[in-house]
Design a protein around this ligand. Structure first.
Ligand code: IVH
Length: 668
């Protein structure tokens, strides 16, 4: 492809991908499969790599992140970012509307919106292009986090349509969609990382991530609720939001224009209960005067506009007695304190337990057994204790002291510097850790053993049949069938499932053995890099951190795991049973069909990505080079190969082969 063609193709692909982004993330109307989207994105990235002069900052390829920011510069807001005054009751809302009517001397229209519970952001656009995104900070100045904000796929990098001011700013709230937040926590659970408590704080932490690829992977989203420019965008707030919508911004479909106090109250009531059915958290609703002339007349106080108010939902709270604190031990040995409460009704369910997170939390609350505590259900799924009624504390209530030894195995607990959580270090001897490790091992994303579930593993363990994952492969039919509720057929299936699991590829086996912090993705990276378990076990700290995305913490955890003789023994036994401990590509060339032949690979292929087809060349003994010369044996041409390359190949008389020809060559 020549420069001119590349330029056009890059433009076409960019527009197409942004349109698909818009349809999927703003309109919720998917218009292309993920697979096709990824293929187009790959093609775009390949072209931009070949022709970097056409890479623009508005390219959809920029959303995958990868920019690393050490410090976020402090930047002054062009328009100060104020906050809203809050109200907590219908009476206060009534007073707010009465004040407005009095000042304006007539009834006014209001726009009601949801109050998204996230992080406020101001995003500047110049000539329709996103140029700068700033957090609220103290309202006068905030942190510039543009690289991270660009990864939010619903936010246009280039405004759509026309008629927008040369310079404008949109204001909105970055939030963590519940689904993505839950997924993140599930992934963390799998690798034994402490769970995040709530979506808002996690969104806020994520936005301060130094690596924008991390932000991109987490799937934050953003609703816009204001547009600002030196000239008005429209005469009313409602119309200005409609304009933002036209320009491609995500404005909530739940905003309403209300013509009376009754309509406003109906909106409040509706969302007080409906809020639990949204895919994101809200902590109230916002009521704004619609006419911008009226807004100007009302003006501001020192902190907030007089033309708007937030109505905050009461966090559902209850008061009950703390009976006991117990401690749970997770698969990775993490200790979680749990408050056992006198059962109490809260937000429609009976609550008996509340999470206490860690030792610091207990100390901060200064909890005593017998205390009357306030329990709250906020964004968190598990209720939490937010306060203690000290007036009801009696002198003989014992203070809650965090345990020093594991409640399950008695081992002395450890707490690493800088970490909030205590751990039981007895990884291979502590019952919940042993059982947890085995449950993780057989899980769907790990060995996926057909016919074997967590309950059966428990049974095996309690019957003294298994103590580690290697023991599973030594179970006999007689042992299995002797278990309670185990019939002949299920026993046979279970053993067949274990047998079949011996074919599970190395990256999944590596994930399955349960090294702390080695999740699915990290396991894939390590497997790909080291090719087999022996190389991984022999790797030093330096060699480990040299792998893409492997940091000190993961490296240390890997070293720690393999330093334990008992783990080495288990791995040796699994190897002896025939589990996969190397990746197939590591076996060297699969054939020498292409021995001594030099290939130039160009264009887009249907069965392979470009990297994959190059790997195929090597697997069959061939060699890849990047440019065509008289020494090239074949030009392997996919779709959309550039005409200049084509011409060069023709001039030099080098055979040009298709993907099909190539597949024919390697399967011959
Ligand atoms: S309007 C002049 N509308 O609530 C203030 N704010 O203190 C203009 N928020 O962190 C704010 N949803 O980011 C407005 N629909 C909405 C909102 C909203 C959430 C946040 C805002 C700020 C806080 C207001």
């Amino acid at each position: 492809m020549n420069r001119e063609e590349a330029k056009v193709r890059i433009e076409v692909l960019s527009q197409e991908l942004e349109m698909h982004n818009y349809k999927y993330y703003v309109l919720s109307e998917p218009s292309i499969s993920d697979f096709e989207f990824d293929k187009k994105l790959e093609e775009l990235i390949a072209l931009e790599t070949e022709f970097p002069e056409f890479l623009s900052s508005e390219s959809p390829s920029q959303r995958v992140g990868g920019t690393v920011t050490k410090d976020f510069p402090t930047v002054k807001h062009k328009y100060p970012m104020m906050s809203l005054s809050n109200s907590y009751s219908k009476e206060e809302m009534q007073e707010f509307m009465a004040r407005i009517t009095k000042a304006i001397e007539r009834e006014v229209e209001y726009v009601c919106e949801l109050k998204f519970d996230g992080v406020a952001i101001g995003i500047r656009y110049v000539d329709g292009k996103m140029t700068q995104a700033i957090t609220r900070g103290d309202g006068v100045q905030g942190d510039e986090i543009t690289a991270n904000i660009r990864t939010i796929r619903s936010l246009p990098l280039q405004a759509k349509g026309s008629g927008y001011p040369n310079e404008f700013e949109v204001r909105g709230e970055v939030y963590f969609p519940r689904e993505n937040f839950d997924r993140l926590n599930r992934e963390r659970e799998e690798i034994g990382e402490p769970l995040y408590a709530n979506p808002r704080n996690t969104a806020s932490g994520t936005l301060k991530s130094q690596d924008s690829a991390v932000v991109a992977a987490r799937g934050l989203d953003c609703f816009l609720y204001a547009g600002l420019a030196d000239e008005r965008i429209a005469d009313t707030h409602y119309d200005s939001l409609l304009k933002l919508k036209e320009w491609g911004f995500k404005v909530s479909e739940h905003m309403r224009l209300c013509k009376s106090a009754e309509e406003v109250f109906a909106y409040l009531e509706k969302w007080d209960t409906e809020r639990f059915n949204l895919g994101f958290e809200i902590d109230g609703v916002v009521i704004k005067v619609n006419s911008l002339d009226d807004q100007d007349e009302l003006g501001f106080t020192a902190k907030s506009p007089r033309w708007a108010i937030a109505y905050k939902f009461a966090a559902e709270q209850a008061v009950t007695r703390l009976n006991e604190v117990t401690y749970q031990v997770g698969r990775t040995g993490a200790i979680t304190p749990v408050a056992n409460l006198e059962p109490v009704l809260l937000a429609g369910t009976t609550v008996k337990r509340a999470s206490l997170h860690n030792a610091d939390q207990i100390a901060k609350l200064d909890l005593h057994i017998g205390d009357m505590v306030q329990v709250e259900k906020g964004g968190e799924i598990i209720p939490k204790i937010v306060g203690v009624d000290l007036s009801q504390r009696q002198a003989d209530f014992p203070v809650v002291e965090f345990i020093h030894n594991c409640p399950e195995c008695g081992t002395e607990l450890e707490r690493k510097e800088g970490e909030a959580q205590h751990f039981c270090p007895n990884e291979l001897g502590c019952p919940p850790q042993i059982k947890g490790k085995m449950e993780h091992f057989i899980g769907r994303k790990a060995m996926d053993v057909d016919g074997l579930g967590a309950e059966t593993v428990q049974q095996f363990y309690e019957a003294g049949l298994v103590e580690n994952v290697a023991d599973l492969y030594e179970l006999t039919y007689e042992q299995v069938v002797a278990l309670d509720r185990m019939a002949d057929k299920s026993a046979t299936n279970l053993l067949a499932g274990l047998e079949a699991s011996k074919q599970v590829p190395f990256p999944r086996v590596l994930f399955a053995i349960g090294i702390r912090y080695v999740g699915e993705t990290v396991a894939k990276k390590l497997a790909k890099h080291f090719k087999n378990i022996d190389a991984l076990m022999a790797a030093s700290q330096e060699e480990l951190v040299a792998v893409d995305e492997i940091g000190d913490r993961i490296a240390e955890s890997v070293l720690h795991f393999f330093a334990d003789e008992r783990n080495r023994t288990i791995i040796q036994r699994l190897k002896d049973h025939g589990l996969q401990f190397e990746i197939e590509e590591a076996e060297g060339p699969v054939s020498n069909a292409l021995e001594g032949k030099t290939f130039v690979v160009s264009g887009v292929f249907s069965q392979f990505s470009r990297d994959e087809i190059k790997a195929e060349v090597e697997r069959h003994g061939g060699k890849n080079v990047s440019s065509i010369s008289k020494n090239t044996d074949y030009v392997l041409a996919g779709d959309k190969m550039g005409p200049s390359k084509l011409k060069k190949a023709e001039d030099l008389g080098i055979p040009i082969i298709s993907e099909e020809d190539f597949v024919g060559m390697i399967s011959a």
